[in-house]
Design a protein around this ligand. Structure first.
Ligand SMILES: Cc1cc2nc3c(=O)[nH]c(=O)nc-3n(C[C@H](O)[C@H](O)[C@H](O)COP(=O)(O)OP(=O)(O)OC[C@H]3O[C@@H](n4cnc5c(N)ncnc54)[C@H](O)[C@@H]3O)c2cc1C
Length: 382
């Protein structure tokens, strides 16, 4: 009998655990550890922020997972020993034949002075709901969507957020009285996907009269005055602030010696194995450098694919077969644009010298496909 330990029950962790459950022998165990009682489908937070989903609709309890073979321990992972493949969680010690680290990226809004005190962190369910409350009440003024640091998960999300806010205000007839702008640390939208994708996102913002300020460094937030202080600018006032918080690697991963405090876990980009044999890391917790000099974007589509690759490799290894599955860096994403429209891009991010990504013409069908994807997300495991 074998035991596989999966730290984190997010996108990558659940994909890995469910694939393992299908691939391993009946007597083997798959144990997932998560600090939360619920799994969240993060892409739907954009719809929470603009009122088309309630917070309760974007989570499901782990205890209701259909597959009884996926055991979930609800407890924070407090220590990982990669040499012995041991996890400490909930006051207990767990040992496995293989260990998968899928703890995602930790959110660190306090890294920018004053930012953490602001309610509009739409990368959490509470923050997305807070933006929605403020948005409904906003009759006139200035909405600022801020992305103060890189990297951040889902490179499209802040751009989608700004377009969805714009669409809501237009629908309510308030757009002439409310300006919408986006201030970002990155030099261009979704730049890793190439200049074509960047240009089409910029054009979509311009068409909606959303002012875009790339390459700007947020130094502090004066919440009492409702002002953002960007380097080299006079303070930017706001009536509603929706922001992407700074991201960092979880502390427990640093203490395990798997990542530096200011970096991410290094893995073989095809096998996702860390330097410790039998210890894998997948999803947002990982940093995979690309030939063009930027890292592979942090996105659920990659976390999912990596989780399945790792599950197949572990299943083969435990059965004494040579593992063949490998992660190929291919992925796609929807770009919500409001009013029932969405764009779509798909490509090979391991292509050299730069990712080969194609942006498809936006339309209602991509929005419908995203809705179908959300439905499938829940029906596959719950
Ligand atoms: C608003 C928004 C929109 C997005 N839209 C898209 C999209 O359209 N397409 C796309 O591909 N991606 C999207 N993403 C990104 C995607 O959600 C992430 O890239 C993906 O969730 C990463 O998966 P993961 O398994 O690495 O981490 P996560 O899904 O974040 O899971 C990590 C898990 O680890 C748990 N955890 C953390 N620390 C501990 C600990 N110490 N002990 C126990 N448990 C712990 C957490 O509770 C969490 O459940 C979006 C993200 C956001 C925020």
């Amino acid at each position: 009998m074998h035991t596989v330990l999966v730290a984190g029950g997010g996108v990558g962790g659940l994909a890995c655990a469910h694939r393992l459950s299908r691939r391993l022998a009946g007597c083997d165990r798959v144990v997932v550890f998560d600090q939360m009682p619920m799994h969240t489908f993060w892409p739907s937070l954009l719809w929470v922020m603009t009122g088309t989903r309630r917070s309760s609709a974007v989570t499901r309890p782990f205890k209701d997972l259909r597959d009884a073979r996926v055991e979930v321990v609800q407890a924070p992972v407090t220590a990982i020993d990669p040499k012995s493949k041991i996890i400490h969680a909930g006051g207990q010690t767990w040992a496995g034949e293989a260990l998968v680290v899928a703890l995602g990226a930790a959110l660190d809004p306090d890294r920018i002075p004053g930012l953490g005190a602001e309610p509009g962190n739409f990368y959490t369910a509470g923050g997305a709901a807070a933006v929605w409350r403020e948005l409904q009440a906003l009759e006139h003024g200035r909405v600022v969507v801020a992305v103060p640091t890189t990297p951040f998960k889902c490179p499209a999300a802040p751009y989608e957020g700004a377009m969805l806010i714009d669409a809501y205000l237009r629908k309510r007839g308030r757009r002439a009285r409310v300006s919408v702008e986006l201030w970002a640390a990155e030099p261009a939208p979704m730049a890793v996907a190439g200049p074509g994708v960047s240009a089409s996102v910029k054009e979509a913002l311009a068409r909606r009269d959303i002012a875009y300020y790339p390459g700007e460094r947020l130094e502090r937030v004066a919440g009492d005055r409702r002002q953002l202080e960007f380097a080299g600018h006079r303070p930017v006032s706001y009536d509603l602030l929706a922001y992407v918080p700074p991201h960092r690697v979880p502390e427990v991963v640093v203490s395990a010696g798997l990542a530096p405090v200011d970096g991410w876990v290094s893995v073989d980009r095809h096998t996702l194995e860390t330097p410790h044999p039998g210890v894998y890391a997948i999803g947002d917790v990982v940093g995979i450098p690309l030939a063009m000099g930027k890292p592979l974007p942090k996105a659920g589509v990659f976390a999912f694919a990596e989780g399945e690759v790792v599950a197949d490799r572990i299943a083969d290894q435990l059965a004494g077969r040579l593992p063949a599955a490998h992660f190929d860096g291919r992925g796609e994403c929807f770009i919500e644009m409001g009013r029932g429209q969405a764009g779509f891009a798909r490509g090979d991010f391991f292509a050299e010298p730069a990712p080969a990504v194609r942006a498809y013409t936006s339309g209602r069908h991509w929005h419908a496909a995203k809705l179908a994807f959300e439905r499938r997300w829940w029906s596959q495991w719950w």
